[in-house]
Design a protein around this ligand. Structure first.
Ligand code: PLP
Length: 361
């Protein structure tokens, strides 16, 4: 069954001239489209009042639960314009299913997969003029999110929940060409412990990563890499990207610890790499394997992946008292190839043999 979505059009949409200006250089997460999607939930009513309305601020009571106890989950995905003008998303059911898993961990009600996809599609369709031309890897970034909207300071799962989708045009992650990111290895902070929220996409994980990211910047690095909380030995991931290591014999290793956030880009790369003849091992990956592998040349390429950057080469790794350089200069050959294959599928320039693309309009 599909949701009944009521639509109130924005009486003052951004005019064409201003829109062209925004889409020429959208940046990331600064401009928002003319509309937003909202649906609410209570135990009595279930999901109700699905609607698209003009984009605008929310009025929240200061006692709204999310502001105090951070019961919140979110998703990140993109809509891509193909050369024929049509608009597509990439594996939206995978985002919907991940939101279900995150929601279960955060004690939220379940939003059905088909309702999630319908909500995203409906917003993109009404705001389709906001989807940039695909040249230069521009896209419309989509942010579905769910939060505890009950006015109540007692600690329990919220009895009023709001799910929304907002959209924001995005430029390429890499301005002026792809270049390797440098990483700071934090030994002071972890992002997820056993039984914690590491596998859920929730704001709290990002809140706890900020101070480590600040440290990375002050050490002259681009991003931070986290180790497992229990032993401080195994590579987990970056604040918002998963990691890959290519060995000289063609094997690829990607960390799996039970506490990482499993990216949809990560899952897609496993399939792509295997098709390219590279077996992928999902396993615990010790930080010493990284250091030793770069030093003795057995690791050939290192990259990170996520919706925003797709794939980014990883350069030097720095820690308190030492560092190793990147495994390659610039972008490694397989890193570049995997990146290009994914981008080509997303923008409709290569055959979608995995059936990953979903046409919106
Ligand atoms: C969202 C996210 C990723 C990447 O997931 P994608 O689905 O590939 O965008 C990786 N790590 C964390 C912590 C994340 O929140």
């Amino acid at each position: 069954m599909s949701m009944e979505i009521s639509i109130t059009r924005n009486p003052q949409p951004v005019d064409d001239a201003r829109l062209a200006e925004i889409l020429a250089d959208p940046g990331f997460g600064v401009h928002f489209t003319d509309h937003m999607f909202t649906v609410e939930w209570t135990p009595e009513r279930g999901w109700y009042d699905a609607r698209i309305t003009p984009y605008g601020p929310l009025t929240l009571d200061p006692a709204t639960a999310v502001l105090h106890y951070a019961q919140e989950t979110f998703e990140g995905m993109k809509a891509y314009r193909h050369d024929d003008g049509s608009i597509w998303s990439f594996r939206p059911e995978a985002n919907a299913q991940r939101m279900l898993r995150s929601s279960q961990r955060l004690a939220f009600p379940e939003l059905p997969v088909e309702d999630f996809v319908q909500a995203v599609d409906a917003l993109v369709e009404i705001d389709q003029r906001w989807v940039p031309e695909g040249a230069g890897e521009k896209s419309l970034y989509l942010r579905p999110f769910m939060f505890a909207s009950e006015k109540f300071l007692g600690v329990r799962p919220s009895q009023h929940v709001t799910f929304m989708v907002i959209a924001s045009p995005a430029g390429s992650y890499f301005k002026g060409g792809i270049k390797p990111i440098s990483l700071w290895l934090t030994e002071d902070y972890t992002r997820a412990g056993r039984g914690g929220m590491g596998a859920a996409k929730t704001g709290g994980n990002y809140a706890s990563s900020l101070v480590a990211q600040q440290q990375a910047i002050s050490q002259g690095c681009d991003q931070v890499v986290f180790l497992d909380a229990q032993e401080g030995t195994y590579v987990e991931e970056l604040g918002g990207m998963n990691m890959y290591f290519l060995y000289a014999d063609g094997r690829i290793v990607t960390p799996e610890t039970g506490t990482i956030l499993e990216g949809i880009t990560r899952a897609s790369i496993i399939e792509l790499a295997e098709r390219l003849g590279h077996p992928v091992e999902e396993r615990k990956f010790a930080i010493d394997e990284w250091r030793d592998g770069v030093r003795d040349g057995s690791i050939k390429e290192i990259f990170a992946c996520g919706t925003a950057a797709v794939v980014t080469p990883v350069g030097r790794l720095v820690w308190e008292g030492g560092e190793v350089p990147g495994a390659t200069e610039g972008t490694g050959e397989l890193t570049g190839r995997i990146r290009q294959e994914l981008v080509d599928i997303q923008f409709g320039r290569a055959e979608d043999s995995f059936g990953w693309m979903h046409r919106i309009c």
